[in-house]
Design a protein around this ligand. Structure first.
Ligand code: NAG
Ligand code: NAG
Ligand code: NAG
Ligand code: NAG
Length: 214
């Protein structure tokens, strides 16, 4: 896994720029896959499986217990971007917290206001099966204290996103993607979350998918 992550870091860092065409950000399809989050200092912040409903704008991410990390021990998030709420689930003690999402940016979908930076061929563009062509998009972090750079395949599957932020910079890489929802139950609110009151967000706190790793 670490070798795979190192490879993706390299691919992200070598993205060159050739802004030209007037592209519109594409939207990813339904997906199941793995997501790793790495700080640019080198620690793995999280690794786990995700399920994404692109029309319903729902995301489940569960950290993988065979790859525990300090930040993501038992992290289990179910996000409803359209409703602007999410659940933090603790399946061990069947507890759940329901919170408001202050920002809906996440690494599986290109924000509508992103700017097209260019197309990058990683590996070989001329040898069949030896290259990956990606489009790179960029934009500001929601709080304007940084920016992101997001690479997606021609079919809009996310490959990796770098978040450069004043407090912490990190990279999210997406692997083993399948363009279907393999287990729709993962996007259903679990029984232990039903009837949970919406927790108040303390003044100055921002809840978002990205903030779970910052
Ligand atoms: C945990 O990660 C391993 C790969 O390292 C994978 O085979 C396994 O399916 C993952 N488990 C879950 C629950 O995602
Ligand atoms: C994506 O998944 C949702 C929820 O399962 C489903 O309603 C929708 O039809 C799927 N979209 C596609 C394009 O398969
Ligand atoms: C977790 O935190 C401990 C104590 O702060 C540190 O010694 C350890 O290296 C960290 N482990 C990982 C995987 O980041
Ligand atoms: C469940 O466990 C977490 C930590 O593992 C703890 O923070 C939380 O308070 C627990 N909830 C309940 C209802 O016991």
């Amino acid at each position: 896994m670490y070798a795979a992550i190192a490879l993706v870091v390299f691919m992200c860092l070598t993205a060159s720029t050739r802004a030209d065409q007037h592209h519109q950000p594409c939207h990813a399809p339904n997906m199941t896959g793995f997501m790793s989050v790495l700080s640019l200092k080198g620690d793995v912040k999280a690794f786990g499986a995700f399920t994404y409903d692109s029309m319903g704008k729902k995301l489940r991410f569960r950290s993988n217990e065979s790859h525990p990390t300090n930040t993501s021990m038992g992290l289990d998030l179910l996000m409803f971007f359209d409703e602007g709420i999410f659940y933090e689930i603790d399946s061990k003690n069947q507890s759940c917290e329901k919170k408001t999402l202050q920002c809906t940016q996440h690494p599986l979908d290109i924000p509508d206001d992103a700017t097209f930076l260019g197309t990058v061929n990683t590996g070989s563009a001329s040898i069949e099966g030896e290259g990956l062509k990606t489009n790179v998009w960029t934009g500001s972090m929601p709080d304007m204290k940084g920016h992101y750079s997001m690479s997606v395949t021609m079919g809009c599957l996310p490959v990796c996103t770098m978040y450069y932020h004043e407090s912490t910079s990190f990279m999210v890489s997406i692997t083993e993607v399948e363009v279907e929802i393999k287990d729709p139950d993962l996007l259903v609110v679990p029984a232990c979350c039903l009837g949970q009151p919406l927790e108040e967000t303390p003044e100055g706190t921002v809840h978002s998918f990205l903030n779970e790793f910052m």
